[in-house]
Write a protein that binds this ligand. Structure first.
Ligand code: AP5
Length: 222
């Protein structure tokens, strides 16, 4: 692996902007984006046994059982590109048992980013979210509208992006978040997620630039 390959975790409530920031981070830093929710949705689309089981939990806004999620994330982290270029783990771990499992496999991040957004903003973000199935990009009808008519016409919505379901996801988030945060307190930065996506990224970018400088200095590479 490159000595300066970064290992980053990003966390925050549903619709706090994790996926949006991951697009910006990977573009600049070339990290491999590993999103637990995306891996699960791929299983659901493929119609696999795991996908069928996962969907039952996702529709209720509950955590998918560890026996499905843990190995899926571990296998992705072990792939060559993640090891070589560094990784950006999004939406994992979501419980202390997931965090412990990851530690057990020897994965410890350099930095844990927590996006903070007031709860009343989150529902509006979810309901207006749209996805481009061609590019994978995340849009919002009001805050990040599609650039062209052509893109607008093909946008899709996630099956769990309703007001009712995001409230269930929020409840699950509140039940689990403290246990996860307590395991990463020493490497955590809190980021104000209630500003424009560019301004959120500026805060993250500053922290990552500093981290890279430190890594380069300690590994001796320039
Ligand atoms: P997952 O897919 O991870 O969903 P989530 O945590 O609910 O988060 P979201 O993807 O909804 O939001 P985001 O923070 O990425 O926000 P985004 O950038 O899109 O998980 C889904 C389900 O899978 C879970 O409920 C669970 O069942 C299961 N699961 C996942 N991980 C698991 C695990 N580890 N263990 C067990 N089960 C697991 O932004 C949202 C919207 O806001 C967009 O429209 C965007 O354009 C807009 N927006 C973003 N930033 C801004 C900004 N600064 N200003 C204005 N608008 C903005």
């Amino acid at each position: 692996a490159k000595p300066e390959a970064l290992k980053i975790m990003i966390s925050g409530a549903p619709a706090s902007g994790k996926g949006t920031q991951c697009e910006l981070i990977t573009k600049k830093y070339g990290l491999v984006h590993i999103a637990a929710g995306d891996l699960l949705r791929a299983e659901v689309s493929a119609g696999s046994e795991n996908g069928k089981r996962a969907k039952e939990y996702m529709e209720k806004g509950k955590l998918v059982p560890n026996e499905i999620v843990v190995m899926m994330v571990k296998d992705r982290l072990l792939q060559h590109d993640s090891q070589e270029n560094g990784w950006l783990l999004d939406g994992y771990p979501r419980s202390s048992s997931q965090a412990t499992a990851l530690e057990g496999f020897g994965f410890r991040p350099d930095l844990f980013i927590l996006l903070e957004v007031p709860e009343e903003i989150l529902v509006e973000r979810v309901v207006g979210r749209r996805l481009d199935p061609v590019t994978g990009r995340i849009y919002h009808l009001k805050y990040s509208p599609p650039e062209t008519e052509e893109i607008a016409a093909r946008l899709t919505q996630r099956f769990d992006d309703t007001e009712e379901k995001v409230k269930l996801r929020l409840r699950t988030h509140h039940q689990n978040v403290e246990a996860v945060l307590s395991m990463y307190e020493d490497i955590m930065i809190k980021v104000d997620g209630n500003v424009s996506k560019e301004d959120v990224f500026a805060q993250i970018d500053g922290a990552l630039t500093m981290l890279l400088e430190i890594k380069k200095a300690t590994t001796g590479s320039v």
